[in-house]
Write a protein that binds this ligand. Structure first.
Ligand SMILES: [Ca+2]
Ligand SMILES: [Ca+2]
Length: 79
């Protein structure tokens, strides 16, 4: 099942949705969202996908690659 992330911050005491985050290449069991880390200033979020299958390395690799089963990936979202 694909996972979607909602980022909700409390503004004036009321929760308010700030973003709707989704990886562009998730498949069943990629485990998007299995781990997260938020920067101290709250502007950068790292979301892990421990079972993503791309063989890509570095930044902006080939998102369509599925040749390395459960290799894992990290998605970085900024605002
Ligand atoms: Ca994938
Ligand atoms: Ca997978």
């Amino acid at each position: 099942m694909k996972r979607l992330w909602l980022v909700v911050l409390a503004v004036a005491g009321l929760p308010r949705q700030q973003a709707y985050l989704k990886a562009f290449n998730t498949e069943v069991d990629d485990s998007f969202g299995g781990g997260t880390a938020l920067s101290g200033d709250g502007h950068t979020l790292a979301v892990g996908a421990s079972n993503e299958d791309s063989r890509a390395t570095g930044v902006n690799g080939n998102p369509a690659d599925e040749s390395s089963e459960e290799a894992a990936a990290v998605y970085i979202f900024g605002r």
